[in-house]
Write a protein that binds this ligand. Structure first.
Ligand SMILES: [Zn+2]
Length: 194
């Protein structure tokens, strides 16, 4: 049993959001993952589920906690579209688990928008992201517009709107290019067998 506390409150403290989601190249001191989620169950009366989870990297990761706590069961008759906004992309263990889950549950679509790529230089991490990609998961980097959207949707209201950090767009482009080199380029090589 993991004793790690997973909080599942309604809205994120703006200071915590800004610190954890800042898309800097080196994420020193950011030792947890924040995961904001939206669950769309199509035309059911349940509507849209919304919330967030946070973890300390020492225990159960937020990605795994999501499936344990927020979506433990899937009704095979319902089509689920799950969207995550995460402070960093999944570790290789989580990527493998998510990929298995997506292969098992064909009625579940997962879109992941990540602020940063977690340890993308590591071969194991890269393999995990490709596995995720191959399992049909849409993995994207968060654009400035995604940061504004998550702020409006998941962060406690402040009197003033949140100002994005000045290098937000440049950092997005940096990570977007890394992700393309890891997944997109790899996919092209698979398709064209070069
Ligand atoms: Zn993980």
């Amino acid at each position: 049993v993991n004793s790690i506390s997973i909080s599942n409150r309604d809205r994120i403290d703006p200071f915590i959001y800004k610190f954890q989601f800042k898309n800097v190249e080196y994420s020193s001191g950011r030792n947890k993952t924040l995961l904001c989620y939206l669950v769309d169950k199509g035309n059911t009366s349940d509507g849209l589920l919304r919330g967030y989870l946070e973890d300390e990297h020492a225990g159960t990761h937020a990605e795994e906690a999501f499936f344990a706590q927020c979506l433990p069961h899937c009704n095979p008759a319902v089509k689920y579209t799950v969207t995550w906004y995460v402070s960093s992309s999944p570790c290789s263990t989580c990527a493998t688990k998510i990929a298995e889950l997506l292969t098992d549950r064909k009625n579940l679509k997962l879109n992941i928008f990540a602020a940063r790529l977690f340890e993308w230089e590591e071969g194991e991490i890269q393999a995990g992201l490709r596995t995720l990609h191959a399992a049909g998961c849409k993995l994207r980097m968060m654009k400035p517009l995604d940061f504004s959207y998550t702020c409006d949707t998941f962060v406690e209201n402040e009197d003033q709107p949140l100002n994005l950090w000045e290098d937000c767009k440049e950092n997005y482009e940096y990570y977007h290019e890394r992700l393309w080199l890891l997944c997109g380029f790899h996919l092209l090589r698979v398709i064209f067998r070069t």
